[in-house]
Design a protein around this ligand. Structure first.
Ligand code: M6R
Length: 585
């Protein structure tokens, strides 16, 4: 949700920031901009559209200190004038977050003569800093921050001054020192290969970076010590390595992600089990794909561990009037660890005395710092906006946790999971189904039990990378309304991997076919394959334990969504209107 980067050193700031923005682009790609200090004056290039539009102009910026931004528009259209950086007087700023009181501030500033050039909430920041500036950029940034409500990670620079000031509240900022230079950025991958050691700013921190130093301060300008962390992101993990898109590369990385996640669980198993002892309420939460993993977590806990559990979207959980307490365990699932609704739900529950387990791919993220315990998801950096390998690894972590909490009552050989995913990706022929989806007016995904949770994810994946309308439903619900949508132009995709509920989902396939709807069946069950062999598009998946089947059916549905995106000429890595890390509410 917007990427920001700053550099102070002796290299060409324009080129270095451009390179950093390319790595941050998955956080938003509506517009991009770079500001560089050149002979004491600030030069700015910015444009609506992708970062690569700045390729030539960035090279021409001469200077060694600068800041950059790649935008996911919140306030104001994604056009040139709303692109960051924004400027007022001597001050230039890039911002990630949302300033909730911006309208009020704009009104006050306009009344005292300020002219605004953009529709953004962010533009109040350089205006305020410029007004407060009396020779000390840090001091002016702190005074500005005190006026802001909402969330911000901003970087500010001032004409004639070779330093960058960073401020953080509820949006991420990391800082680090390289050789003869220093950086600040929204996340670790942007600094892979540049800074081996990083400092993660906490809410209310400010940092001043120059070519030779990185200093962190509190809001009273007192120095603050933050523990250094090793930058785990490798440059290799950011390369396409011959694949046409990150989505397909990351899909193929799912087996390793699952394997590494299952191994890493051993390191937290005892603490995870202890967290559930004596709990009388277990809630799984997350947003989007992570919520779909949370739904599976709920089912695993109910069915494998015999522990009653609930699942709710993080954005809803926060406002349902109940806030946990000492006997509650909240399991918050999030790839980035920075999703605002999930982080705030975790904070709310932690403050109520609940144990918070963060199932996350980012060990230095906001949620990891709030949680009682981090349950590692070891998927490595996920660049494609559409989540793939992180979802598979989240499922693996949740299954391992449920099996462990069951205390050995339920045993499943999870070691075969990575091979099952590889076999699925290698063996299935999804091209014909992809063509059917591409031609359909609407695509509906259905299943029961664990298959329903996967159906929701299959639907989300297809929608986000293909823009084809549709939805995910429990197949038992079909006859209660959705059936009215079925005709020869709509496609219903049934996931049938739970043998105990298969007969019921098969009825729903029959109801669809008998009304002239197109149907596809993804199944691990030979009897289901036989039943629909000549009447529906059948995708045969490797036979496996029902509780491992979500790994298999999800891999098939992710591959399906990818193929449809390719057939339709969409960019699966950067779907329109979306961003990878949703740090606004
Ligand atoms: O980083 P998170 O897992 O918290 O992100 C939550 C959702 O924004 C995310 O899963 C989103 O739905 C996916 N990009 C969909 O593929």
């Amino acid at each position: 949700m917007c990427g920001i980067i700053g550099y102070a050193g002796s290299g060409n700031a324009g080129e270095i920031i451009y390179d950093g923005l390319l790595r941050l682009e998955y956080r938003g790609y509506d517009s991009a901009g770079i500001a560089v200090l050149s002979n004491g004056k600030t030069e700015i290039v910015k444009s609506a559209g992708r970062v690569e539009k700045l390729n030539t102009s960035a090279q021409l910026l001469g200077g060694n200190v600068g800041i950059g931004h790649t935008r996911w528009a919140t306030h104001g259209k994604p056009d040139d004038k709303n692109a960051h950086p924004h400027r007022s007087g001597r001050i230039t700023v890039v911002h990630n977050g949302e300033i909730e009181n911006y309208a009020e501030l704009k009104k006050q500033l306009a009344a005292s003569g300020e002219r605004f050039l953009s529709e953004t909430d962010s533009e109040v920041i350089p205006c305020l800093i410029n007004r407060f500036y009396g020779g000390n950029l840090l001091e002016a940034a702190i005074k500005c921050a005190k006026m802001l409500n909402g969330s911000y990670a901003f970087l500010a620079m001032c004409d004639g001054c070779e330093e960058i000031v960073a401020a953080k509240f509820r949006s991420p900022v990391i800082v680090g020192q390289g050789e003869n230079c220093a950086y600040c950025s929204s996340d670790e991958p942007a600094l892979a290969g540049k800074c081996p050691t990083l400092y993660i700013l906490e809410d209310g921190d400010f940092a001043v970076i120059t070519k030779s130093s990185v200093k962190i301060f509190d809001e009273n300008m007192r120095p603050v010590n933050r523990a250094p962390v090793i930058n785990s992101a490798g440059e290799q993990s950011l390369a396409l390595c011959g694949y046409p898109h990150y989505m397909i590369k990351e899909l193929w990385e799912a087996p390793a992600a699952v394997k590494n996640t299952l191994s890493a669980f051993a390191g937290v198993e005892a603490e995870a089990r202890a967290a559930f002892a004596g709990a009388d309420r277990v809630i799984f939460t997350g947003c989007g794909t992570a919520y779909h993993a949370a739904l599976l977590g709920k089912r695993y806990f109910c069915e494998l561990a015999g522990i009653p559990a609930e699942a709710e979207y993080a954005g809803e959980l926060r406002y349902n009037g109940i806030q946990g307490g000492k006997k509650t365990v909240l399991v918050a699932v999030t790839q980035s660890g920075e999703t605002a609704d999930t982080v705030e739900a975790a904070r709310l529950y932690k403050n109520s005395g609940a144990a918070v387990l963060a199932v996350t791919n980012c060990p230095h993220s906001a949620i990891a710092r709030i949680a009682t315990l981090t349950v590692p998801v070891c998927a490595g950096p996920e660049i494609c906006v559409a989540a793939t390998k992180s979802y598979s690894a989240q499922i693996a972590a949740l299954a391992a946790m449920a099996l462990s909490v069951s205390g050995g009552k339920r045993q499943i050989d999870t070691d075969c999971a990575p091979a099952l995913i590889s076999q699925t990706l290698q063996d299935i022929d999804i091209y014909a189904l992809a063509e059917m989806c591409a031609r359909a007016r609407g695509v509906y995904f259905m299943g029961r039990g664990i298959d329903y949770a996967v159906a929701l994810e299959g639907s989300l994946k297809l929608k986000e990378v293909s823009y084809i309308a549709g939805g995910g439903y429990p197949s038992g619900e079909l006859k209660h309304g959705t059936l009215a949508l079925i005709d020869g132009t709509t496609l219903s995709v049934f996931i049938i991997c739970d043998g105990e509920l298969a007969a019921k989902s098969m009825d729903a396939v029959e109801q669809t076919l008998s009304r002239g709807g197109m149907a596809a069946v993804l199944t691990t069950l030979p009897e289901v394959q036989r039943q629909f062999a000549r009447r529906a598009e059948v995708i045969s998946l490797p036979e496996c334990n029902k509780y491992l089947s979500p790994l298999v059916s999800a891999a098939a549905l992710q591959l399906l969504a990818y193929r449809v995106a390719v057939v339709l000429g969409r960019d699966p890595d950067k779907p329109r209107n979306l961003a990878k890390s949703v740090t606004v509410e």
